[in-house]
Design a protein around this ligand. Structure first.
Ligand code: SAH
Length: 261
C-alpha cells in the first residue's frame, strides 16, 4: 500500500509492546504499513494525524525508526513515551519525567573528545522543543490531578501511586539496562543534574536535531536503576506506564485541538 503523507503528522514512538498496546484501540482510520521489520500504524488519535510505531529497544532501533518516520511518513514532530530508571533521589517509581535535554551516557571518545560529546557535532546535550515540552508538562499535570479516575484504590495502593509527581530535566540514554547502584552513582557524579536513564531518547534527539524536527520525551519511572530494577518490570509497564501514556497523550492532543480550532 502506498503511503499518503498527511500534513501535521505526529510520530509516536514506543520502545516496548506493552507500552503501545493501550493506545492502539483509540486510533481511527487505521492503515498499517510494514517497513524495515516494523509495523507503522497510521491514523487519527483525538482527531489528529499520527503514525504510531514500536521502535524496539536501544539507540540504533530508535534512530532507525525516527528516520523511517521522517522519510516515509513526513512527520512534523515526534513524541516518545516509555519508562525509565530513576537517577535522582527525589524520584520514585510511578513519577513522571519530561526531558528538557538528552545525552548519550555511553558515548565516550575521550581523550579525542570530551566524555559524552558526540564526535564532530560539538554537542553532548540535545535540547527538547520548548513548546512541545510545555504542552506535555500541562498534559501531565492535568493527568496527575485526575489520577483517581484512572486507577482503582487497590491499584493506587499496590503500585504506591498516592503522591505522583512530575519533573523536567536531563535524561540520559545508552545501550544498557542499568541495574547497578555503582554504575548509577558514577553517572550521577559525572552528571549531577541527571534525572533518569533509559535506552532510546537521546538517539531520537540526535536524529531530530539533524533534521530540525521538534521532539519530546516522556518517561514514567519504572525502577531505581539499581539491583531491584527488574522486579515486576513488565507488570508495572502494562498496568501503570501504559495507561499513563494513553491518558497524557489524550490530554496533549485534546489541548492541541483547542489551540488549532
Ligand atoms: N525486561 C524487559 C527489558 C526492557 S529494557 C524486556 O525483556 O522486555 C528496558 C526498557 O525500558 C528500555 O526501552 C529503556 O528505555 C527503559 N528502561 C527502564 N528502566 C531502565 C533502566 N534502569 N536502564 C535503562 N533503560 C531502562
Amino acid at each position: 500500500m502506498s503511503i499518503s503523507i498527511k500534513p501535521n503528522t505526529t510520530g509516536l514512538i514506543f520502545a516496548m509492546r506493552e507500552e503501545q498496546e493501550g493506545l492502539q484501540n483509540f486510533i481511527s482510520n487505521k492503515k498499517i504499513h510494514h517497513i524495515a521489520k516494523r509495523e507503522f500504524i497510521q491514523g487519527e488519535f483525538c482527531g489528529h494525524p499520527i503514525v504510531m510505531v514500536l521502535a524496539g529497544i536501544g539507540k540504533v532501533a530508535a534512530a532507525s525508526t525516527t528516520n523511517l518516520l521522517i522519510h516515509h511518513f513526513g512527520v512534523t514532530q515526534l513524541i516518545l513515551s516509555g519508562v525509565a530508571g530513576a537517577a535522582d533521589p527525589s524520584l520514585k517509581v510511578g513519577d513522571i519525567v519530561i526531558a528538557n535535554a538528552l545525552l548519550q551516557h555511553d558515548m565516550n571518545a575521550s581523550p579525542l573528545f570530551p566524555r559524552f560529546e558526540i564526535p564532530l557535532t560539538g554537542k553532548s546535550r540535545f535540547l527538547v522543543d520548548q513548546n512541545l515540552q510545555k504542552a506535555l508538562q500541562n498534559a501531565t499535570s492535568q493527568f496527575i490531578q485526575t489520577m483517581p479516575t484512572h486507577f482503582s484504590a487497590s491499584q493506587i495502593e499496590e503500585f504506591q501511586l498516592q503522591t505522583v509527581k512530575t519533573r523536567t530535566g536531563l535524561i540520559a540514554s545508552g545501550d544498557q539496562f542499568i541495574h547497578d547502584s555503582h554504575v548509577l552513582s558514577e553517572l550521577k557524579q559525572a552528571l549531577p543534574d541527571l534525572l533518569a536513564v533509559e535506552m532510546e531518547g537521546a538517539a531520537i534527539a540526535q536524529v531530530c536535531n539533524e533534521q530540525n524536527l521538534p521532539f519530546a520525551i516522556l518517561r514514567t519511572i519504572s525502577d531505581g536503576a539499581d539491583e531491584t530494577a527488574d522486579v515486576d518490570f513488565l507488570s508495572f509497564v502494562k498496568n501503570v506506564a501504559a495507561p499513563y501514556s494513553l491518558e497524557i497523550l489524550k490530554n496533549y492532543f485534546e489541548n492541541r485541538k483547542i489551540q488549532i480550532d
